[in-house]
Write a protein that binds this ligand. Structure first.
Ligand SMILES: Cc1ncc(COP(=O)(O)O)c(C=O)c1O
Length: 390
């Protein structure tokens, strides 16, 4: 594994590069993509070998027996997260957000409220509104550069029309790995208001050494009768092309209702989406991940140290994820101006904080899962683009 290797995906359909001009208006020739959340690294060799095996065998047919796939997930969740799951708890969908969307559809009706702790990953709101449900934004509190919940405020906001909570754990953006106490507080909130809890744990493996992610089902076993955990391999191993993720649902009643909602959509994930996870949820995949975390951790420190030298600008300290969340609030600059400088002056494609709901104003999100040389170049460009700040 060589995370310093520069992969040249310019001119391909890769989203990071092909949408740079179209969406961010940053030229591909000079731009640095720090937007969409996948990485500029080759996936582990075990993933490549598995796909190569399909190619060598000429095996492009329907995927059959799920046993090895599900056993690989069981192994991963037990060895990396200490959670013993049954094979039949796993329902495999077309990606993690697809699992969230199925859960929202199964447990709410058109017009019902679905709660998000904002700012938060923007596709949740898209899926909720797309299904005719109402996004209820419960704002996180930015306490000295660290997001926290405020359940007293959220309790006061409830109308009785809310049905579901979508929790992002670890949180994107802001990178919080919630403590066990915070997870217990989320669970208690769901119990108080009779809400189904969808815990999106796609970033479960991208956690830095000073934090410890706990699967919601483990942190609060009593919440399992209203819990759907969604996760997958796409972020961890940089294989988002598989468009496959899992809903893991311990409770048979919740599972049956989720499955019934899903049955009407005829969801059958593709063979690549089963083959790659089976190959990476292994000791070889685990060793690659451990090396990745060391590399990302150094990128995180480099990025934060350089950004924090710009007066009025600060990068939140991440417990997990490779998505730096940078607060330009102290610069006194309007959102449009800082977006303009990042894009037109620094030639960096990053995400405006306003995409993520309330509380995202004055922020931008930068993906630093890229070779170190690019991080160094990016921070130099950002320092130059904001060099007039005193
Ligand atoms: C919290 C979270 N959930 C889900 C996804 C995407 O999952 P998928 O592509 O499997 O739908 C992302 C991607 O950035 C994410 O950050």
């Amino acid at each position: 594994m060589n995370f310093d290797e520069i992969l040249d995906l310019r001119g391909t359909q890769a989203s990071r590069w092909s949408l740079m001009e179209k969406v961010h208006h940053v030229p591909q020739a000079t731009g640095i993509p720090m937007g969409i959340a996948d990485m500029d690294f080759r996936p582990p060799e075990c993933a490549t070998r598995a796909v190569q095996g399909m190619i060598d065998r000429g095996d492009f047919g329907y995927y059959g027996d799920d046993t090895a796939y599900q056993e690989a997930i069981q192994w991963w969740m037990a060895t990396r997260h200490g959670w013993a799951i049954e094979r039949d708890w796993i329902l495999t969908n077309h990606g993690v957000v697809n699992g969230v969307a199925i859960g929202v559809n199964a447990f709410s009706a058109v017009g019902d409220g679905v709660i998000l702790f904002t700012p938060v990953y923007d596709s949740f709101a898209a899926a909720i509104s797309g299904a005719g449900r109402v996004v209820v934004e419960c704002p996180l509190v930015n306490n000295a550069g660290r997001y926290e919940f405020d359940f007293a405020a959220y309790d006061a906001m409830m109308t009785g029309r809310e049905r579901v909570v979508v929790l992002c754990s670890p949180h994107n953006p802001g990178g919080r790995v919630w403590t066990q106490q915070e997870l217990r507080d989320v669970a208690a909130f769901c119990q108080r208001h009779d809400l189904i809890l969808i815990s999106d744990e796609i970033h479960q493996d991208l956690v830095y050494p000073d934090a410890q992610h706990t699967v919601m089902a483990k942190a609060v076993p009593e919440i399992q009768d209203r819990l759907i955990v969604v996760n997958g391999t796409s972020k961890t191993f940089n294989v988002a092309a598989i468009r496959t993720g899992n809903a893991i649902i311990p409770d048979p009643v919740i599972r049956a209702r989720f499955a019934a909602s899903r049955a009407g959509m005829y969801i059958q994930p593709n063979a690549f989406g089963k083959t790659i996870p089976t190959a990476v949820y292994t000791p070889e995949g685990a060793a690659w991940l451990d090396a990745l975390i060391v590399y990302l951790d150094a990128n995180r420190r480099l990025f934060d140290t350089a950004i924090n030298t710009i007066p009025g600008v600060s990068s939140m300290t991440l417990d997990g994820t490779y998505l730096a969340w940078v607060n330009f609030g102290g610069s006194g600059m309007a959102q449009e101006e800082l977006v303009r400088r990042v894009k037109d002056v620094a030639h960096i494609a990053a995400n405006s904080g306003t995409n993520y709901g309330k509380g995202g104003e004055s922020f931008m999100r930068f993906n630093f899962a890229t070779p170190r040389a690019r991080v160094i170049e990016a921070v130099a460009r950002l320092q130059a683009a904001f060099s007039d700040l005193q």
